[in-house]
Design a protein around this ligand. Structure first.
Ligand SMILES: [Zn+2]
Length: 244
């Protein structure tokens, strides 16, 4: 690559600071989104559970109605048979009708027992469903508040991110396109860190020691230099600046 001025390297360092800050804040913002989506999915799952309970309850009610219809039909038949019984002339006819009445009475007794049980179950399920619905309202209120708080917490980060984006837009046109492309390429493969200082002869990107000759050349300035280990762009940083 062509000789790069110190000014260009300074701009890369500045861009790197912006990128690093941007990555840090994006992590926070993403964790906020995760927290919010976790709460939203809790609400969605709770609603789904209620929907399933409603479907199950409806099936129970439908089944109850079918039994009720059968009960009423048998009751009508019993009534009719009793009427007919009054007018029968033969003993055989009487026996047949009586047996039919007995059968229907027995069946209806069973159905009636079943209906009582089913009704109890339906009422139990309805109570439970209403409790769950009340819980959903509470859950929605509680999580809604939490989501609001989480969103408020990240307002500052979102604003910072906007400022950072603007800074990035300002600086990128000032960097040679080829150099910028190189920077972005390294950044993508090296975890967002494309340019790193070398302090006391050590690359701060991968912590390997530079060969002494290379370190001396780096101190003198000159062509763009890359770390032989992590392939990041490196620049010389005075040891006393370490804690700055
Ligand atoms: Zn390195």
């Amino acid at each position: 690559m062509q000789e790069i001025t110190q000014e260009q390297v300074e701009r890369l360092i500045h861009l790197q600071q912006i990128e690093t800050e941007s990555i840090r804040i994006k992590k926070i913002v993403n964790s906020v989104y995760e927290k919010i989506s976790e709460r939203n999915s809790r609400i969605v799952n709770f609603r789904k559970m209620i929907d399933e309970k409603e479907v199950a309850l409806q099936l129970m009610k439908d089944r109850y109605r079918l039994f009720e219809v059968e009960f009423n039909e048998r009751a009508t038949r019993i009534q009719k048979s009793k009427e007919t019984l009054k007018g029968v002339s033969t003993h055989k006819e009487y026996q047949v009708l009586s047996r039919e009445i007995d059968d229907n009475v027995n069946q209806n007794k069973k159905i009636d027992d079943l209906l009582i049980k089913e009704l109890e179950e339906i009422e139990q399920q309805e109570r439970e469903l209403n409790e769950r619905k009340a819980e959903l309202v509470q859950l929605e209120t509680m999580l809604g508040k939490e989501i609001e708080e989480i969103e408020n917490e990240s307002v500052e980060e979102k604003q910072q991110l906007e400022i950072i984006e603007r800074k990035k837009e300002e600086i990128t046109p000032l960097i040679l396109p080829k150099l910028l492309a190189k920077f972005m390429k390294i950044s993508n493969i090296a975890g967002g860190l494309a340019i790193v200082p070398v302090e006391n002869g050590t690359c701060k990107g991968c912590h390997i020691n530079l060969p002494p000759q290379k370190y001396i050349e780096l101190q003198r300035g000159g062509p763009l230099t890359f770390c032989q280990q992590c392939h990041r762009i490196i620049y010389y940083k005075k040891p006393e600046e370490t804690n700055l």
